[in-house]
Design a protein around this ligand. Structure first.
Ligand code: GAL
Length: 385
């Protein structure tokens, strides 16, 4: 009996040690969840609901093929942003029907969830690639749930804005070049984007939609921001009032600019965008931009990162920016440090978004707390890298 009690006691002590409370944000390290397992929510997004943050992201597996969707979208919850509880798989791939658009082995990237007040539903958007087709489908996909943690039910996937020209299309954007578009098809991609070639090519079937985010504005409208035109152009599309489709009102930004990994925030009525360049899983220099309305015009603000490894976004790629509840002008930049040879081990880089001369600025901090946002005027305690 005594030995049983001792065993029980040591089990309790051991388990509480295994789930030690976290008290700060440590970018680049393993982030153990409530079970002591590194959080598996890559390319993620955040939803805040009644005192709880919900983090949704790509569930990766180890080794080859680990980037494809073998499982689905993983959800975690937290009240303090340091300690994460595993809420399980919010959206499951289809393991029964191999012909399903979301069959096991498809590609599901950058899931983002928004809550729709009008319908009372949670709406998940993600970038979908069909199984065995590489990255050629380039679709946006939607799934819905009555409960924040799921299960999310698959609704549909599509290339947005079929048959609709963007708000900022010029006459030449919508008109084939003299001699026909086929005559310029082998020009460099950035030229073709600037010229409107991809826009016209995809007009009928819908524009490509790869790396994406969803931005919910304070007036209740929401937008899909996604890489289109072979990743040369970023498109912003208004969502329908129930958030499950696009309305056909949309705009193109930076045609030929080669932007991926979009993340948005709104501060003092202005919209700020952070993106990456296009180098696959390898990091590159981030870019930033500002606009007075979501429809632009967007003005480029250059690389928001400052300090060592700023040219590589501190070895990461943006995925989302979210406001910290209850703190003014407090935004957290979420990014991924991808590890394509063992995708499950990808790390998370979270940094506060600072503002200097009306520009968003990111500085490396390897260990910080939300108190940072209370010390706006004090010098920042960056610990270096
Ligand atoms: C990155 C993109 C990721 C993933 C990857 C595949 O550029 O941001 O989400 O698509 O390419 O190579």
């Amino acid at each position: 009996m005594i030995s049983f009690k001792l065993t029980l006691l040591s089990t309790i002590i051991f388990s509480s040690a295994a789930i030690a409370q976290h008290t700060s944000l440590r970018s680049g390290e393993q982030w153990p969840d409530n079970n002591g397992v590194h959080v598996n929510a890559h390319g993620g997004g955040m939803l805040y609901q009644k005192g709880t943050y919900y983090w949704f992201g790509e569930h990766k597996i180890s080794g080859r093929g680990g980037n494809a969707a073998q499982v689905g979208v993983h959800c975690y919850s937290s009240k303090d942003l340091y300690n994460w509880k595993d809420e399980g798989i919010a959206f499951q791939v289809d393991t029964v029907n191999a012909n399903s658009e979301v069959a096991k082995g498809c590609v599901i990237e950058r899931p983002k969830v928004v809550y729709n007040k009008k319908t009372g539903k949670y709406v998940m958007w993600f970038h979908l690639e069909l199984k065995g087709k590489g990255y050629e489908a380039a679709r946006a996909a939607v799934a819905v749930s009555d409960k924040v943690t799921g299960p999310y039910k698959y609704l549909h996937s599509f290339r947005p804005n079929a048959g609709k020209w963007p708000l900022n299309a010029s006459a030449s954007d919508t008109t084939e070049v003299a001699g026909g578009d086929a005559s310029i098809a082998n020009r460099p991609g950035n030229e073709l984007a600037e010229n409107g070639f991809f826009l016209r090519r995809d007009h009928k079937g819908g524009q490509m939609s790869r790396d994406m985010t969803i931005f919910q504005d304070d007036d209740g409208k929401a937008y899909l921001i996604g890489s289109a035109e072979e990743n040369y152009t970023l498109n912003i599309s208004e969502l329908t009032p129930d958030y499950t489709n696009v309305t056909g009102k949309w705009t193109r930004i930076f045609p030929g600019g080669h932007n991926e990994a979009p993340a948005l925030l709104k501060k003092d009525g202005k919209y700020f965008l952070i993106t990456s360049g296009c180098t696959g899983w390898d990091p590159n220099a981030a870019r930033s931009a500002v606009a007075n309305t979501i429809w632009g015009p967007w003005k480029s603000l250059g690389n928001p990162c400052i300090g060592d490894d700023a040219h590589l976004t501190f070895h990461s790629q943006s995925t989302y920016i979210f406001p910290v509840a209850g703190k003014k002008d407090a935004f957290i930049f979420m990014a991924d440090r991808w590890t394509p040879r063992n995708p499950i081990d990808g790390r998370y880089i979270w940094l506060p978004v600072q503002f200097e001369q009306e520009k968003p600025v990111l500085k490396w901090m390897d260990n910080w707390t939300l108190d940072f946002f209370n010390e706006k005027t004090a010098p920042k305690t960056a610990t270096g890298k």
